[in-house]
Design a protein around this ligand. Structure first.
Ligand code: SF4
Length: 272
């Protein structure tokens, strides 16, 4: 029996301003929680503080803010850079019936906005191709972690498989929609970063390397359990090399430079 549950919650506001990697965005969080339930997801931290009786990936809260109020609010905002979303994947399976992301995009498409960034792993993105064409400054970010089906099974088995994300990128690019590939979580010696860049660089030259949120104990524990399972001796290397004296940061910076040179791509290191 499925444990999945949708909760409806009337909230006053679904937009809040936040800096992401140095730029200020108005983040739109019309869903909280995600049925994809990836183990390494940052959004599980705010979720777990509210839904203490449920596991991450079991509940999605549909935040029924009035769309008229939303429309009025965005027309008054000075900052017109929007980001969907930080508490969920805006095209998570609930979107198929609820269509809240689609309604929000329709409203945004009728306003003067600076930019819109949408981060999603879902092939449901393709449903809104026509809508995407209405934005002058749109960027779709597609996260990917591995091309290995065992790893997918352990860490993110409910999220779309790599070939589905690949097809989604291909179709988005065919329509000239800008796409960036977000390599997340970037785990040295595990994430097959070269293979991913090699495979996807015929569709996009824009890549991001994103380390996991090591500061969050629950995420660190999940990832360490995973590393212990697939390659126990690597855990020692993580402790002795990557986490010692800021080595992780300098490793990732050198790696980004090397990849940039080798593949002639744009690559940014982003915070989680
Ligand atoms: S798809 Fe994104 S938002 Fe959803 S659980 Fe996975 S990482 Fe989190």
């Amino acid at each position: 029996m499925s444990n999945k549950k949708i909760e409806y919650n009337n909230v006053n506001n679904i937009i809040y301003e936040k800096k992401i990697n140095g730029s200020k965005y108005n983040i739109i969080n019309h869903y909280k929680g995600c049925f994809y339930g990836c183990t390494y997801c940052n959004a599980k931290i705010p979720f777990n503080t509210v839904y203490t009786d449920h596991k991450w990936g079991e509940v999605v809260e549909v935040r029924n803010s009035s769309l008229e109020k939303f429309e009025k609010r965005i027309s008054k905002l000075n900052n017109k850079n929007f980001y969907l979303s930080s508490l969920t994947d805006p095209y998570n399976p609930v979107e198929k019936n609820e269509k809240l992301t689609q309604k929000i995009l329709k409203i945004l498409s009728q306003q003067k906005i600076e930019s819109i960034t949408i981060k999603s792993k879902s092939p449901l993105l393709l449903r809104d191709l026509k809508l995407f064409k209405k934005f002058d400054n749109l960027n779709i970010i597609i996260p990917i972690f591995s091309n290995n089906s065992n790893i997918h099974e352990i860490l993110e088995n409910k999220s779309p498989a790599k070939h589905k994300r690949f097809n989604t990128i291909k179709k988005l690019r065919k329509k000239n929609i800008p796409v960036s590939l977000n390599i997340f979580p970037y785990l040295p010696e595990i994430t097959p970063v070269e293979e991913l860049i090699d495979e996807f660089s015929s569709f996009t030259k824009n890549f991001q390397l994103v380390p996991p949120n090591w500061k969050a104990n629950s995420i660190k524990k999940s990832l360490f359990d995973f590393i212990r399972k697939i390659e126990p001796e690597l855990l020692i290397r993580y402790h002795t090399i990557y986490f010692k004296n800021g080595e992780y940061k300098s490793f990732i910076e050198k790696e980004a430079e090397r990849l940039k040179e080798r593949f002639k791509i744009n690559i940014k290191i982003l915070d989680n």
